[in-house]
Design a protein around this ligand. Structure first.
Ligand code: TRP
Length: 324
């Protein structure tokens, strides 16, 4: 029996190469060894975007197109939409009965997001319950492994505690999942901050050649290196960070930069070449996928169906354990 993975993302629209190197490359690599369920967490999107839901569904479609572009194979993995699998809401309700409020208030993501996101009112009950819904996502598939970034560790730990509490009350039904931390290169945005759609500093998956070029040309470099023979500081340079992602033998480049024997323009040209080589097949694939809307619909219909079957079986066991 293969081990089981569940992971998901909130549908925020088109993905960028930070998502690729931070998650998707890893998701894709795990597909043969594990039975994988990958989910668009569209109900989770609702916890903060409840006031304007107009883009959520379209964003799911764009995101799933990007997953397939990045190598997630619907023949191997189950791709589905959370809102099409009603069991997520049923288990969310049941788990909410046994979740102490203190656990939720204590969750670091709760306070952080409330401080960070100031343009939305996050005082609602759904937002506080975000980790309960995430626990339901994982537990319905009896996933033992959840590949996530560091920011999600608290939610996995929360899920584990909730499993112990549940099993303690009702018997051994739920499986304690393990987080699988993604070890990845940090991909900075073109301005050196974290790559994020909301900062306008990202490089999209399938970005076309012209805008890719413009973005590489706009990348921040070492501000102290103005002329070609100035001594450079590659550690803080965005172009060098990209160079390292694509070239595992970057030491030579580093010392040339530090010695002032190469200029930033030549580095940008090389990084552009790497990026275009990486991007070209992805752009082609993405265009094909988006041109055939019926294909995505079919993938999701099949994925939703499979997810419903698996989660209903778990719900059957849960109802039985609760004597319902
Ligand atoms: N909270 C996750 C994020 O913001 C998305 C998510 C929802 C998720 N449900 C999940 C991740 C279940 C892993 C498992 O990235």
């Amino acid at each position: 029996m293969k081990k089981i993975i569940l992971s998901g993302m909130r549908p925020t629209g088109r993905l960028h190469i930070g998502h690729y190197f931070g998650a998707l490359k890893n998701w894709s690599a795990l597909q043969d060894e594990y039975e994988c369920f990958y989910m668009s967490a569209d109900w989770h999107a609702l916890t903060s975007d409840y006031a304007d839901t107009s883009h959520i569904d379209e964003n799911s479609i764009e995101m799933i197109a990007d997953w397939i572009t990045a190598g997630i194979d619907p023949q191997k993995s189950v791709l589905f939409k959370q809102s099409k699998v009603a069991a997520h809401s049923e288990l969310f309700l049941i788990l909410s009965m046994i979740t102490p409020l203190g656990w939720l208030y204590r969750c670091p993501t709760y306070k952080e997001q409330q401080n960070e996101i100031t343009n939305k009112d996050l005082s609602g009950y759904g937002f506080l319950g975000y980790p309960v819904l995430q626990a339901a996502d994982i537990l319905l598939y009896k996933a033992d492994t959840v590949p996530v970034g560091e920011d999600q560790l608290a939610h996995i730990e929360f899920t584990r505690e909730l499993v112990r509490r549940f099993n303690n009350f009702y018997g051994n039904v739920l499986v304690e999942p393990q987080a699988k931390l993604t070890k990845t290169a940090r991909v900075p945005g073109i301005d050196g901050r974290k790559m994020s759609k909301s900062y306008g500093n990202s490089i999209l998956l399938g970005e076309d050649e012209d805008s890719l070029k413009k973005k590489v040309w706009d990348m921040f470099t070492d501000p102290q290196k103005i002329k070609k023979d100035d001594i450079g500081h590659p550690e803080g340079c965005v172009v060098f960070a990209f160079y390292e992602i694509f070239n595992s033998d970057s030491l030579k480049k580093k010392s040339e930069c530090k010695a002032g024997s190469i200029g930033c323009m030549s580095c940008k040209k090389e990084v552009f070449e790497y990026l275009i080589e990486f991007m070209k097949p992805l752009s082609v694939k993405r265009k094909e996928i988006m041109a055939d809307k019926g294909y995505l619909e079919k993938v999701l219909n099949e994925g939703n169906k499979k997810a419903n079957e698996v989660s209903q079986e778990t719900m059957r066991q849960i109802r039985k354990a609760l004597k319902f």
